[in-house]
Design a binder for this molecule. Structure first.
Ligand code: RIB
Length: 340
């Protein structure tokens, strides 16, 4: 943590050009469907999480790769206050791309990715001395897994707090072979939790929809040593567990008006969560009450994110979230030092 009370967060991950097609329903196999609206926006799980962290008040930096067609993404990230000195341009590749269908009937989406420059090998690898300038590292799964694992290993060795949001989910084999001992915090959704349990403890059954039982079963695996496991449940809120066995449950944030676009809501949650975590003293054990406060704020941010279109534009600032929470806002916590 810096003297100002906030950590320095590095997000190593993906950055995409998101192409949104608004459709009456998600296209069916063999069907051709006309969209009623189209827009091109900045996205990618890594970049979305870095922007969310910056909007939450973090000293956030992004490491990744774009093609020459993505120069505007660099400016977008800079405009949100994200450090981009580790954003590389690979002239040989196109920027990663996401084709996103937004269904007006279900307010649901579906995403097809083209990895493009996210899998570029041209950028010089982040060195341990570079990593040691940061206090927190946040990873997802839209860049080569070997790179994710290498950065995780070096960051852990350098003493950073490490967080992983393994989206899109790894394969069973990749999950079973993952070096979980390098990780402090895991952020997953319920479906990912089910996949993870199959990979780490095949045969262990929990009741469908019983999130606490699922979390408990996950904690009985190699994940027992993690500082925390956070499981998001969409409109049901979040359930989390700390290493000491404490379980924390918080309800969803309040959505005002209709749900317009859920794209990036999970990234918004994760960026806020990592930021608030980075304001807390690292040598003190996180109490369940503090974790509950952090999760409530991150849930409210994610709820506000679905009220607007896009994955970055729709992320609220910490100030917006504080205003929405009103009396529920937890005064006197370290995150008060963030620029709200
Ligand atoms: O989580 C939402 C993101 O997933 C989109 O911005 C898209 O680029 C894909 O990476």
């Amino acid at each position: 943590m810096t003297a100002s009370g906030r950590g320095k967060l590095l997000v190593r991950g993906s950055i995409n050009i998101d192409e949104f097609f608004v459709v009456p329903h998600i296209v069916r196999s063999g069907e051709t469907l006309s969209s009623t609206d189209f827009s091109r926006r900045a996205g990618g799980k890594g970049a979305n999480q870095a922007v969310s962290a910056a909007k939450a008040g973090a000293d956030a930096h992004f490491a990744g790769s774009i093609g020459e067609d993505g120069t505007w993404l660099r400016q977008t990230l800079e405009g949100y206050g994200v450090g981009v000195t580790l954003l590389h341009t690979d002239a040989q590749l196109s920027t990663g791309r996401a084709i996103i269908q937004l269904s007006t009937s279900t307010a649901d989406n579906s995403i097809v990715l083209n990895k493009g420059a996210n899998f570029s090998l041209a950028a010089p690898p982040l060195s341990p001395p570079q990593l040691s300038k940061y206090t927190h590292l946040l990873l997802q799964n839209e860049i080569p897994l070997d790179e994710t694992k290498r950065v995780l290993r070096d960051a852990h060795a350098a003493g950073l707090t490490t967080l992983l949001n393994p989206s899109p989910m790894l394969t069973r084999e990749e999950l079973a072979a993952f070096e979980w001992s390098q990780l402090d915090w895991l952020v997953i959704n319920e479906g990912e939790g089910e996949d993870l349990l199959l990979a780490l403890a095949d045969g262990v059954e929990t009741g469908k929809g019983d999130a606490k039982a699922l979390l408990g079963a996950l904690r009985a695996t190699v994940l027992r040593a993690l500082t925390g496991v956070i499981m998001t449940r969409g409109a049901e809120g979040v359930v989390a567990s700390l290493r000491g066995g404490e379980v924390v449950e918080v309800g969803p944030g309040k959505v005002v008006g209709e749900v317009k676009d859920t794209t990036g809501a999970g990234d918004c949650f994760t960026g806020f969560f990592a930021t608030l975590l980075s304001t807390l003293p690292r040598d003190e054990a996180l109490s369940p009450a503090t974790l509950a406060s952090v999760l409530s704020i991150a849930c409210q941010a994610a709820a506000m994110c679905v009220e607007k279109h896009g994955a970055m534009e729709s992320v609220p600032t910490l100030k917006d979230v504080k205003e929405r929470m009103g009396a529920q806002w937890d005064e006197g916590r370290p995150w008060e030092s963030l620029r709200a």
